[in-house]
Design a protein around this ligand. Structure first.
Ligand code: AMP
Ligand code: GLY
Length: 421
């Protein structure tokens, strides 16, 4: 048991709402704050305004609130060194240093770490000139995979059969990674680490494309589910051994020990598991379904990462239930999302669907008595059930009560996995 912890969560997405929801249900958490938060998080945490990218401001706020733990949700503050600033102020922080967050902040750095650690990934070239781009595209052939080297909120990657489109994206970036196409289903596997010990969470699958049937542009993620009935039961052990532990060991060896959440985006190819990407934080929307299934109270897990005591943590406990989340996005997402539209039906979901289904807010804000859209991904409806079929039914039933003019969502989240289970 912990003595009672005051937690400050930084961020304002559905991932942060999911983190705050779990922390609000944790008996060890005596005070819960979120900055800047959103209209939904305000129901479970006390909100404070802050510029999440300003490490000094975040550290000051954490000090004023006497927080025992700061959890930095999104990648941009991590890459900006916000976790370093919090730790420098003597406050335990969940999240990697700015240097270690380069694992997500630079695809080229991630490739270098993987090469050093012997982690299986797509073969790739880093290109900075049009000639290098043409050479790399030619070497791999279609489908072309072209990735902006820097952070691009999930939108820097183009996968296409169209050589001109591949070339255009590559030449619009300062530095690109061009790589071999990986086929096979994708899996997101998260692990909590303190830089030495690695504790894997349960795998989830994300739906990155905007439209049903995996059509349309790449997005930040349109839905997710867990568990994966089709996956090899040994998958987690295999990824621990071939990917997660070697990566954490390699980063420590380089003097950039990584603590926080290590997100492995994997392709299960015919030749084995390959890393598509690493992220340095909880994934969104996968977190919504992974945390829906985690029975171990969350604060102690995050604190053990921050304090370097994960080796002493008892094994995590998981629910046998399945979880599904479906993202509701604004009109015109991911191009130029329209904001300011009223969201209706939130109270109906709370009245009719809880506790099995609930809304996690992303881009929302209060406008008088109304809650209005304020971003591309507006909210995600999460549900649990005895299997994926029931979780899906509950998620879509709750979603049908939500009104948002011009909004879009996928209707096929977890459909294939549920049908095959
Ligand atoms: P990333 O930002 O690296 O996660 O890429 C976004 C999405 O692009 C991934 O989830 C995949 O669907 C796709 N993608 C990225 N790299 C590859 C690859 N080497 N082969 C096939 N698809 C890829
Ligand atoms: N769901 C993808 C991501 O969080 O990057």
């Amino acid at each position: 048991m912990l003595a009672g912890v005051k937690v400050l969560v930084i961020g304002s997405g559905a991932r942060e709402h999911a983190l705050c929801r779990s922390l609000s249900l944790d008996p060890d958490v005596t005070a819960l704050y979120c900055a800047p938060g959103n209209a939904g998080i305000a129901e479970v945490a006390e909100l404070h305004p802050v510029d999440a990218l300003d490490g000094a401001a975040v550290a000051r706020l954490a000090g004023e609130l006497a927080a025992d733990l700061v959890v930095v949700g999104p990648e941009a503050p991590l890459v900006a060194g916000v976790a370093d600033a919090v730790r420098a102020a003597g406050i335990p922080c969940f999240g990697p240093s700015g240097e270690a967050a380069q694992l997500e902040g630079s695809k080229a750095f991630a490739k270098d770490v993987m090469a050093g650690a012997g982690v299986p990934t797509a073969r790739s070239y880093v290109c900075t000139t049009p000639d290098e781009v043409d050479e790399a595209l030619d070497a791999f052939g279609a489908p072309y995979v072209v990735k902006d080297d820097g952070l691009a909120a999930g939108k820097g990657v183009v996968v296409t059969d169209d050589l001109e489109a591949a070339r255009a994206h590559a030449n619009a970036c300062d530095r690109v990674v061009i790589e071999e196409f990986l086929d096979g289903p994708e899996v997101s596997l998260f692990a909590i680490t303190d830089g030495v010990t690695v504790v894997p969470l349960q795998p989830a699958q994300d739906f990155k494309r905007a439209l049903d049937g995996d059509a349309g542009p790449n997005t930040g993620g349109m839905g997710a589910y867990s568990p994966l009935p089709w996956a090899d039961p040994k998958l987690v052990d295999e990824v621990m051994e071939t990917v997660l532990q070697p990566t954490v060991d390699e980063l420590r060896r380089r003097g950039t020990a990584f603590s926080g959440l290590l997100y492995a985006g994997l392709a299960i190819t015919s030749r084995g598991v390959r890393v598509i990407e690493f992220n340095a934080r909880f994934g969104d929307p996968e977190t919504q379904v992974v945390l829906a299934r985690l029975k171990t109270p969350l604060a102690g897990v995050l604190l053990a990462s921050a304090n370097g005591t994960l080796a002493d943590l008892p094994p995590l406990r998981w629910s046998d239930e399945a979880a599904v989340t479906v993202v509701v996005a604004s009109h015109n997402y991911p191009e130029t999302p329209r904001t300011g539209d009223p969201i209706t039906g939130l109270a109906d979901v709370a009245a009719q669907d809880a506790p099995h289904a609930y809304v996690l807010h992303a881009g929302t804000k209060r406008d008088g008595d109304a809650v209005v859209s304020a971003g591309g991904r507006v909210l995600s409806v999460t549900a649990t059930g005895s299997d994926l079929t029931q979780a899906r039914e509950r998620a879509y039933a709750a979603l049908s009560r939500i009104g948002l003019d011009g909004s879009q969502h996928r209707t096929d989240i977890a459909a294939k996995a549920a049908a095959e289970a």
